[in-house]
Design a binder for this molecule. Structure first.
Ligand SMILES: NC(=O)c1ccc[n+]([C@@H]2O[C@H](COP(=O)([O-])OP(=O)(O)OC[C@H]3O[C@@H](n4cnc5c(N)ncnc54)[C@H](OP(=O)(O)O)[C@@H]3O)[C@@H](O)[C@H]2O)c1
Length: 237
C-alpha cells in the first residue's frame, strides 16, 4: 500500500509516516523546501519525497501524484507563529482538501482520504450542539483566528460538498488537545464529543492520531465503521 501524505513534516504527519513504515507500507510525502525531514524518512526506501508547496499545486498535479497511491492523508495545519496564523495562505487546509477531493474524483479507482480535523469542529449533521458559551467563543474564533475557520471549512467541505461519495471515501479524524508522547497508548473513538474542547478539553497524543489514521487505511472493518464520519479520538485514562 502506498499513501500520499500532506503535512508529513508536521508533529502529527510524521507519526502517520512512521506508522506506515513500521508496517512496511510506502509513503509519498509532499513537503515544503524549508521543511525539516526526519532522518528516518531520508534513509527509508519506502519514502518518496516530493518538494513543493501544496498551496501552489494544481488539482492536476495532485492527481498525477495520486496515480500510484491507494490513499491520501492530510495533516496540514498552520504553523503556531504570527505568520502561520495570520499570514497567507489563510485557507491552507480547505484549499488543499478541495484540490485533493477534486483529484480523487478524477481518479480511475476509489481511494481513501483521511483528514486531520479537530474537536473544535462541531458536527451539526450528527446532532452535535454547542452550548451558548461555546457558540460565543467559536463565533469569535471564526473571526479572529483564521486557522479555526480554515479547519471548519475543510470539514464542512467533506460533509456537505463531498458527502457519501462512491469515488471518495473519507474520514475526518477529530483529536482533542494534542500532546506529544513517545509511544502509543490506549485511546477511545467516539462518534461525538463528550467534553467541551474549549472549557474541559481532553488529551490526544499525536502518535495515537497517527496510529488510528494508519489503522483506518489498513483495516477494512475499521474503515467501514468510520467512513464518511468525523470520529473523535481521546487518550484513555
Ligand atoms: N493544537 C491542538 O491541540 C489541536 C487539536 C486538534 C487538531 N489540531 C489541528 O491539527 C492540525 C495538525 O496539527 P500538528 O500539531 O500536527 O501541526 P504542525 O506540527 O504545525 O504541522 C503542520 C504541517 O503543515 C505544514 N504547513 C504549514 N503551513 C504550510 C504552508 N503554508 N504550506 C504548506 N505546508 C504547510 C507544515 O509544514 P512545515 O513543516 O514546512 O512547516 C507541517 O507539515 C492543525 O490543523 C491543527 O489545527 C490541533
Amino acid at each position: 500500500m502506498k499513501t500520499l501524505v500532506f503535512g508529513a513534516s508536521g508533529a502529527t504527519g510524521k507519526h502517520v509516516v512512521l506508522h506506515l513504515l513500521e508496517r512496511h507500507h510506502a509513503a509519498k510525502i509532499v513537503v515544503r523546501e524549508s521543511a525539516k525531514i526526519p532522518d528516518k524518512f531520508l534513509e527509508d526506501q519506502n519514502v518518496e519525497i516530493i518538494k513543493g508547496d501544496i498551496d501552489r499545486f494544481s488539482t492536476e498535479e495532485i492527481h498525477a501524484l495520486l496515480v500510484d497511491c491507494d490513499s491520501v492523508v492530510c495533516c496540514l495545519g498552520h504553523n503556531l507563529s504570527f505568520k502561520g496564523m495570520y499570514g497567507k495562505p489563510r485557507k491552507l487546509v480547505v484549499n488543499a482538501v478541495r484540490k485533493i477531493t477534486a483529484a480523487l474524483a478524477a481518479s480511475n479507482t476509489p481511494k481513501k482520504f483521511v483528514l486531520m480535523s479537530t474537536t473544535a469542529y462541531t458536527n451539526k449533521s450528527h446532532g452535535e450542539k454547542n452550548t451558548s458559551g461555546e457558540k460565543l467563543v467559536f463565533s469569535l474564533l471564526e473571526i479572529l483566528l483564521p486557522p479555526h475557520k480554515d479547519n471548519v471549512l475543510a470539514a464542512n467541505h467533506l460533509l456537505y460538498e463531498v458527502g457519501a461519495s462512491k469515488q471518495i471515501e473519507w474520514v475526518a479524524v477529530r483529536p482533542d488537545g494534542l500532546i506529544d508522547e513517545e509511544s502509543t497508548s490506549h485511546y477511545e473513538l467516539l462518534e461525538n464529543k463528550i467534553r467541551s474542547p474549549l472549557f474541559d478539553p481532553g488529551k490526544t497524543s499525536r502518535i495515537n492520531v497517527g496510529h488510528f489514521m494508519v489503522e483506518l487505511l489498513v483495516n477494512e472493518d475499521l474503515w467501514g465503521r468510520w467512513k464518511f464520519k468525523t470520529p473523535v479520538i481521546y487518550n484513555k485514562g
